[in-house]
Ligand binder design. Structure first.
Ligand code: NAD
Length: 304
């Protein structure tokens, strides 16, 4: 990556905002874009950076483009356009040799297809989804799971540094695959924790006591440690991670297993629970309260 290159950043939502703030604070020159024009302009003003007039304008001005969008289909549309050839989109105006870093949680199968299409246009793709949520995006301590060609990954290391810790996962798509699988493990832990606390409470135990004792025992997991007491038991947590986004990640994890012809037992159940919860609760206004949403969904099932 050339000294002083402009980084295009597309998708300025819950995660994109703090990530661009970190990049800007580290001295990178940015060109920002989101569907929400007001948000784009106000963030650009706040950071002292520029807002891109269009996807083509962003592509023409940048050597590196980061996408932080809801899913891989949106990433593909933003890069290749509706026609799929780059017309009216970023790839149509990017110079040869430019690098696109998709930091969204996209499907790895789609990422590999996209990588082949971009390679035909001499554009390099790296997948670099993140874990750690809004809090770690703000702190610049995200876990970044990187897939792609080693030389390209090496070239964009300075971009990752302000946002968190990059870990090379393997070839293109490996980061997206691990991200989905990680969220599956995380969701399974949350579901188990919510179910255990509900069962224990119905048995007459104190919910906080259940969590404390699990945390000192072998059932401890990330949800029991950092989510259950402050967020689920209090019923008051909005963590900025949409229920629909987690449901998408879990379907992606299942897609990864399916692509290998593997039968899953637990993953099928976890996906069904999140799909169901999304259907039953998705329309409510606190869909971002995803941890309490799962607890509430379980409450619907057992009549509480
Ligand atoms: P978000 O919904 O808050 O933000 C997405 C942004 O993309 C929005 O501002 C939206 O306007 C914009 N957008 C959508 N379509 C667009 C388009 N065609 N062109 C330009 N902009 C467009 O989502 P988020 O929580 O920031 O998550 C972004 C990605 O990061 C998702 O893939 C998500 O799964 C992943 N992720 C989220 C978290 C979290 O805690 N929120 C954690 C890790 C990973």
């Amino acid at each position: 990556m050339k000294e002083g290159s402009t980084i295009g950043f597309i998708g300025l939502g819950n995660m994109g905002r703090p990530m661009t703030t970190r990049l800007s604070g580290a001295g990178h020159r940015l060109l920002l874009l989101d569907l929400d024009r007001t948000l784009t302009e106000s963030l650009a003003k706040e950071l002292g950076q520029k807002a891109a007039a269009s996807l083509e304008a962003l592509g023409a001005a940048c050597d590196v483009v980061i996408t932080m969008l809801p899913d891989g289909k949106t990433v593909r549309r933003v890069l290749l356009g509706e026609a799929g050839d780059g017309t009216g989109a970023v790839a149509g105006s990017l110079r040869k040799g430019a690098v696109v870093i998709d930091m969204s949680s996209s499907s790895p199968v789609g990422t590999r297809e996209l990588g082949s299409l971009l390679a035909k246009m001499d554009i390099r793709l790296v997948d670099a989804p993140v874990s750690g949520g809004v809090r770690r995006a703000v702190d610049g301590t995200l876990a970044i799971m990187v897939g792609g060609d080693p030389a390209t990954i090496e070239a964009v290391q300075p971009v990752f540094a302000p946002m968190g810790k990059p870990m090379v996962a393997g070839r293109l798509g490996a980061g997206h695959a691990i991200k989905a699988l990680n969220n599956y493990v995380s969701a399974a832990g949350l579901l188990a924790a919510c179910e255990a606390v509900r069962a224990g409470a119905r048995f007459g135990l104190e919910p906080a006591t259940i969590v404390d004792i699990i945390n000192a025992s072998t059932g401890v997991n990330n949800s029991t440690l950092v989510k259950m007491k402050p967020f689920v038991l209090s019923g008051s947590y909005a963590d900025g991670f949409g229920l629909a986004l987690m449901a998408k990640d879990l379907r992606t994890a299942l897609e990864v297993a399916d692509a290998t012809g593997m039968q899953t037992a637990l993953a099928d159940t976890v996906v069904r629970v999140w799909n169901d919860a999304e259907q039953k609760l998705g329309a409510t206004k606190d869909v971002s309260v995803h941890h309490t949403a799962i607890d509430r969904y379980l409450g619907l099932l057992d009549g509480n």
